[in-house]
Every structure is written in C-alpha cells, then in structure tokens.
Design a protein around this ligand. Structure first.
Ligand SMILES: [Zn+2]
Length: 417
C-alpha cells in the first residue's frame, strides 16, 4: 500500500491512475481486512499504569511517586533530553505509562506519549543504565468522501455538520472556500457540496483527521473545485480543476461567518450622516473584540484614527492591491506602520469607532488606487503550476475524480492509503 501513499503525498502520477483504480477494486477487501481485531497478549503478566500529566506535575515528581530513585530520575531526565529532545512535560497533553514486570516489582519501562503518533520508551538495561528510543506509531490513513446539501434557512456549517463532516475539517474547508466564495451571497438552498479528506486510525480506532484532499461546491456562478497537490519542488497547495492556484492573494471575507450588513455601492444613504454617499467597502457584522485577520500577506502602511473610519489599518499587499479595515476597537499588539503581516494574522479587533452605528468591520479593497467591490473583484491566484507540474496535476486530478465517483456511489467505502 506504500505506492498509494506516494500518489496522494508526492503525486507519483505515472502510477496514479492505475493504483487508484486497483485500490478501488480492493476497497471491499480492505474493508474486511482492516476490521481485524487487536490481539491481546494474555500470557504477558506485565503491570501497566497510565498517568495523564496535570498542571504542576514534573517529571521528577511523577518518577519519585512511582518509586524511582533520585539517581534514576537524573539519568532518565538526561537521556530524554539528549536522545528525544524532551526537557519538560506538558499538562493535559503528555501521558506516561509505567510498566512493571509484575505489580510488586520496580518500574522497568517508562513510555512517554506526547502524541497519538509518537512514543518515547525509556528502559533500564542489565547494568542499571537508562536508555531511550522513539517509536513512531504507524498510521492507517483512510480517505473518505462526504456530501452535503444546503437546505432552506441553512448555513454551510449546519449543512456540513449534518453531512457528518468533522468540525475541524469543516473549518478548513470554509477557510479555503472563503478565497473563492462569499458565503453570505453565494449560498442558497439546494446547493450541493462534497469534501474528500483523510481519517487516521491506529489499531482500528480512529485517532484524528488528516488533510483535506479535494472540495467541490456548487456556487451560484458555477462549480468551485479545489484539489490539494504537491509540486515537484515539494510545495503543497490547492488548485482548481485546471491547475490554477485556488488560494487567492486576498480573502473576500476576512472574518469567517460574518454576515454582510452593507454591500459595496456607489451611492447609499449613510446610516449616521443621513445623506447619500458612496459606500466604498463591505460591512461585516461581528461583535466587539472579534479578531480581524489580514486578508492577505503584506505590509502595514497606515494605522490611525479618522472621523469616518475610526481606528483603521491599511495594508499594502503588492504593487496593485491595498486593503483597509475600519471601526476597530483596538489594534493588535505589535502591528504598527511598517509591520509585515501574514495572511490570517490578527491586525486588530472589531469595534464601533468613527462613523458607525454598531460594532462591525468595514473592509475595503483598493486596486491601483481605486476602490473595488471585495465580493466581486477578480482576485489574482497566489501561485500557478509550471508546464510539467500542470500535466502531472491533470493526471492526478483525473485519478482523484475517478476515486470520488466510486466513493459517491458507495458512501460507506473508503480508500486505504
Ligand atoms: Zn462600511
């Protein structure tokens, strides 16, 4: 099954179509095979006890509690630092298993479990020296496909939850689609969507979710498709069905799930001033204190206060594009004129300063010095594929589409990686 992993991770596309096709015919078998039960070794009389690290716990305290000597503690701390790069324990995250040959004997093995996918085994040899080795837990990754439909009065989140898509995956999908769609105006009852993503199992038990591999959404202006793909130089990104970068330089809606309360317009009646004037941005309703993420990477070129915008931040993204965020209650710490910000980095917090009737984000996109409608302006993609990668991508996409087609017909199936 190693080859299948190569396809989805490193896109060994020469083999992609074939292996995926073979895989799909094997799915029925895999379903049975992967249901094998965990075999318990009953002849093993080892005594094990598991401790979840709590706040205030230290490695030495936990080891002393288990009857280890000060000398053991020093040695164990030393090998953990030099061989596993572990110098402290994290409360509520790390677990430690203590193993004894039987209940009455001293601890012979200590297993530190920092994540479901990694264990550090510390054992004592015959001459009383402690040693440690790191064991990577093998992941059994399955690719699953879920489809959903927007119902009357629904949100994308509700429809996604109903389709059985885990919240974390849904949030990631939302973030990706937010580059391409305006959820306020593009979501209608009857629209269908689907997500192809990974689930990680260990010993037949689901541990966590992996990556989002493909998304499809029937938006008003046509199908939005995204595929996760790794280029020959090792960069991973999301691409549309033609191999164009799906991640845009700017997000249309910086705050996820915020309702549009006022659209871009060349003439609207101003709610505070009372007379008609252009509304050069889009207003998103959000409560005071909601973090405002930068719509794209760039440099802060203005941060200040004026009567209309209240507290505002302006970011220059490249030679053409700038974005402006107004009515902030406060600025994010460390964000000043000249600061370089990443896409998604918090630059300030929602408020109602300046000419504003209530807490909201007023968001502007300025292209070549002219205000444009953030919800409709055509935004440049961050990266496009070169010729060779594009050909590989198209083969890969074909294989993925065929896989999706099979999974659509058989919703209980999954692809074993
Ligand atoms: Zn506004």
């Amino acid at each position: 099954m190693k080859k299948a992993k190569d396809i989805l991770i490193s896109n060994n596309v020469v083999r992609a179509v074939l292996v995926v096709a073979v895989l799909l015919t094997l799915i029925a078998v895999t379903l049975v095979v992967s249901r094998h039960a965990k075999i318990e070794n009953n002849s093993d009389a080892e005594h094990k006890s598991l401790v979840v690290v709590e706040s205030g716990d230290t490695l030495s305290k936990l080891l002393i509690d288990q009857g280890l000597t000060n000398n053991d503690v020093l040695q164990i701390a030393k090998v953990l630092k030099s061989d596993a790069d572990i110098s402290g324990l994290r409360a509520d995250k790390d677990k430690i298993e203590f193993v004894r040959p039987d209940e009455t004997e001293p601890v012979s093995k200590i297993v530190i479990i920092p994540s479901p996918w990694r264990q550090i085994e510390v054992t004592c040899n015959d001459s009383g020296e402690w040693q440690c080795k790191t064991v990577d837990i093998e992941r059994d990754t399955r690719v699953v496909h879920k489809t959903g439909e927007i119902l009357d009065g629904d949100s994308f989140y509700l429809a996604g939850m109903r389709a059985g898509i885990p919240a974390g995956i849904l949030a990631e999908v939302y973030d990706l689609l937010a580059f391409e769609m305006d959820f306020e105006r593009d979501v209608r009852a009857g629209q269908k969507f689907s997500v192809l993503y990974e689930e990680n199992f260990s010993d037949g038990k689901k541990i966590d979710n992996g990556r989002v591999l493909a998304i499809e959404f029937e938006a008003l202006r046509g199908k939005v498709k995204m595929y996760r793909f790794k280029t020959t130089d090792g960069k991973t990104g999301y691409y549309d069905e033609n191999g164009n970068g799906a991640i845009k330089s700017l997000k249309r809606t910086p705050i996820n799930n915020a309702k549009v309360t006022s659209s871009f317009s060349n003439s609207r009646k101003h709610p505070v001033l009372g007379y008609t004037r252009a509304h050069k941005g889009v207003d998103f309703r959000a409560s005071t204190g909601t973090p405002i993420p930068a719509a794209g990477a760039g440099r802060v070129v203005a941060r200040g206060y004026n009567n209309g915008h209240g507290n505002y931040v302006k970011i220059r993204h490249n030679a053409s594009y700038e974005t402006l965020y107004a009515h902030m209650s406060r600025f994010a710490k460390g964000v000043v004129v000249g600061t370089n910000v990443k896409q998604g980095q918090t630059i300030g917090y929602v408020g109602s300063t300046g000419l504003s009737t209530g807490p909201h984000l007023h968001y502007e996109i300025i292209k070549d010095g002219k205000h444009v409608n953030p919800l409709t302006v055509k935004l440049p993609a961050i990266s496009n594929l070169g010729k060779a990668d594009k050909e590989r991508f198209l083969d890969y996409r074909k294989a993925i589409d065929e896989g999706i087609e099979q999974l659509e017909k058989n919703p209980d199936w999954f692809i074993q990686l």
